[in-house]
Every structure is written in structure tokens, then in C-alpha cells.
Design a protein around this ligand. Structure first.
Ligand SMILES: Nc1ncnc2c1ncn2[C@@H]1O[C@H](COP(=O)(O)OP(=O)(O)OP(=O)(O)O)[C@@H](O)[C@H]1O
Length: 339
């Protein structure tokens, strides 16, 4: 396991990591998300010792890193880093030399075999004699992964591996990551929700230099609060049966629960979605419609939990005390702005 404990880091006098606690395990893909400037790359650069924290600890496979030459050498064999821009990483003129560079330096045996297998793992078999400069952007990204793989690390850290790749590149990156996690731990940062959903086992959101969420699924409401780009969708407005029904031009109006149905009857509102309400309401919103869902107060927590599993824009007009508030500090201070 990689563990970062209470990590602090600043560029100059500006704190960029503010007490980060982060964990990533072997056999899992840990996805790190957050708005631009949240501190994702800075955190990732700590995981193989490319940056040293001002305060806090990095523990890898139970070993506390002391930032001595020998510890860093050990760490970099355990944890490989793949840069967002492959040109920051590729140093050799030819593909063979590039992938062989690490294994030769580490005096690993059978370099030819290692290069061949590493290139094969990223779908670049037969590229040995190509010049790196002649590869496409997507191929360079895969070459950078092959170079990292060649050192046979236990963990691979990738900074935005799908940035700038086409559909084919996306699919092959997903395949590579899925394959890698069979034997290794993979940590990726991404703004790509499709990629996060395709590969992620654990999801970690960062905001303002802090971890604000860690879970097995993406909490979409929270994602939006943290400035994470989500899918385009219509809007689902949820109001409690005892709340104020908003004036608005909704495409659909739905009610959930007996009290909610009574309330809309009393108001003389015609319901557009009568049964299987929550699911249908979410679906309509995902299709791009604006939907008003009137909900019995005691069901609000269920609605909140369920909608957070979908990439739908949701706005709660319901009374706050009706459900548990998730504690999150958002950078701009707009705590509970959606509620
Ligand atoms: N070398 C540096 N010198 C000074 N400031 C830096 C340096 N690198 C990053 N920063 C600043 O630190 C903050 C965090 O940057 P970081 O690259 O870690 O964010 P990020 O979450 O990876 O962002 P993005 O999604 O845009 O890649 C930003 O405000 C950035 O401008």
C-alpha cells in the first residue's frame, strides 16, 4: 500500500497540499479528481519521491521514506511515474533505447525481452526501431507507460493518461490500466469522467489542497461542488412535500411518496411522471429535461443517496434538517450552496 499521511507542501510560501491523507492499494485503480489547480499533480509527484513534503510522511509497503539517496532509489523502483506530457518524460531518440533506459540503469538482466514485453503490453510491439519523434501523441503516451512498466514497479502513477487521446487511444488506455491492476496498483489523475468510471475502483476528490472525498463510487453532487466536470444534463429540482413549490417552466413534474402526491393534488398540479418516479425523473433529467420532483420529507435522504450515483444536475430545495449533510469544505466557501 502507498500511504501519504498529513502531507504538506508549498511552492514558495503558497501551501498547495494542506494535510493530505491518501491511500492506494495494489490490485486497485485509485482515481484522483478535482478542479484545475486543486493539487493533484503535486500530490502524485510525492508518491515516487519527485517532491519532498514540507511536513508529513510517505509510507510505501510499510516502509517510511526518509528521502535518502538509497530510499529514493528503492522508492522509484516500487513506484513509477508517467507524466501527463510524454515529451517531459521521453529522453532517448529511439523507442528501444527509451524503454531500455531504466532496465539498463538498474542493471536488470535480459533487457531485450523486457523491452519487447513492455512494448507489447501497451500495443506498440514492433516499434523498437522507430524514432520517438515520429510517434503520434497517443503512441508517445503509450511509450511513456512502456518505459515505466519496463522497471517492473509495484505501482504506476499516471497523470491524466487520457488527456488529448482519441476514442481508440481511450479504449487502449482503459485496457492497459485494467491489465496493469491485475498485478500492480494504479493511481491516475483525470478530468475525464468516462475514464474514471471505466477504470476506477476508488475515487478521491481533491479541492484546495485537501482530500474532500474518498469512496467506492463517484458522488456526482459533490463532484460538481468540487468543480469536477460532469456530463451535460438537464436539471432535477427536488423539493420536500412541506416546502415551497418553485415557479418554473419544468418539462416534467413528478411526486414521490404519499405526502408528496397529496401535496401536488392540493396544489392542482398535473403529474407528468406517475410511477417509478425517482428512476424516471433521473432519466428524464439525463435526457436533458428539467424535472421537478416533489418528495415526501422522510424520503429525501434516499433521494439524495440515489441521485448522487448519477451524473445528473440536481438542486435540492428541501429543508436541510431532513437529511444528513455531508461535511465538505469547498474552496470558494460555498458550503451547501446547492441545498
Ligand atoms: N512548479 C511550480 N511552481 C509554483 N507553483 C506551482 C508549480 N507547480 C504547480 N504550482 C501551483 O500549484 C497549484 C496546484 O497545481 P497542480 O498542478 O498540483 O494542480 P492540479 O490539480 O494537478 O491541476 P490541473 O488539473 O490543472 O493539472 C496550482 O495553483 C499551480 O499553479
Amino acid at each position: 500500500m502507498i500511504e501519504a499521511l498529513d502531507l504538506w507542501f508549498s511552492y514558495g510560501d503558497r501551501d498547495v497540499l494542506k494535510g493530505v491523507n491518501f491511500r492506494a492499494k495494489k490490485g486497485e485503480v485509485t482515481v484522483l479528481m478535482g478542479r484545475n489547480g486543486a493539487g493533484k499533480t503535486t500530490l502524485l509527484l510525492h508518491l515516487n519521491g519527485l517532491l519532498k513534503p514540507k511536513k508529513g510522511k510517505l509510507i510505501v509497503e510499510g516502509k517510511k521514506i526518509r528521502y535518502t539517496k538509497s530510499d529514493l532509489k528503492w522508492l522509484r523502483r516500487k513506484v513509477a511515474f508517467v507524466f501527463q506530457n510524454p515529451d517531459d518524460q521521453i529522453i532517448a531518440p529511439g523507442v528501444y533505447q527509451e524503454v531500455a533506459f531504466g532496465p539498463v540503469n538498474l542493471r536488470m538482466g535480459n533487457v531485450e525481452e523486457i523491452v519487447k514485453n513492455s512494448l507489447k503490453a501497451v500495443g506498440l510491439e514492433g516499434y523498437e526501431n522507430r524514432l520517438c519523434s515520429t510517434l503520434s501523441g497517443g503512441e508517445k503516451k503509450r511509450l511513456a507507460i512502456a518505459s515505466a512498466l519496463a522497471m517492473n514497479p509495484d505501482y504506476i502513477v499516471m497523470d491524466e493518461p487520457t488527456a488529448g487521446v482519441d476514442a481508440e487511444g481511450f479504449n487502449s488506455t482503459v485496457e492497459i490500466v485494467e491489465k496493469l491492476k491485475e498485478e500492480k496498483g494504479v493511481i491516475v489523475s483525470t478530468h475525464d469522467l468516462d475514464f474514471a468510471r471505466a477504470v476506477g475502483d476508488k475515487f478521491v476528490f481533491m479541492d484546495g489542497g485537501k482530500i474532500v472525498y474518498e469512496g467506492d463510487s463517484i458522488d456526482y453532487e459533490l463532484a460538481r461542488k468540487c468543480g469536477i466536470r460532469t456530463f451535460f444534463s438537464g436539471e432535477l429540482v427536488v423539493v420536500s412535500h412541506d416546502g415551497t413549490i418553485p415557479d418554473g417552466d419544468f418539462d416534467f413534474i413528478a411526486a414521490m411518496g404519499v405526502k408528496a402526491k397529496k401535496r401536488v393534488e392540493k396544489e392542482g398540479i398535473n403529474l407528468d411522471i406517475a410511477s417509478a418516479t425517482l428512476e424516471r425523473s433521473i432519466l428524464r433529467a439525463l435526457e436533458g429535461h428539467s424535472v421537478l420532483l416533489v418528495c415526501s420529507a422522510e424520503m429525501l435522504h434516499v433521494v439524495k443517496r440515489e441521485v448522487s450515483k448519477f451524473p445528473v444536475n440536481v438542486k435540492f430545495l428541501a429543508s436541510l434538517e431532513s437529511y444528513e449533510e455531508k461535511a465538505i469544505e469547498v474552496k470558494d466557501g460555498s458550503k451547501n450552496s446547492l441545498l
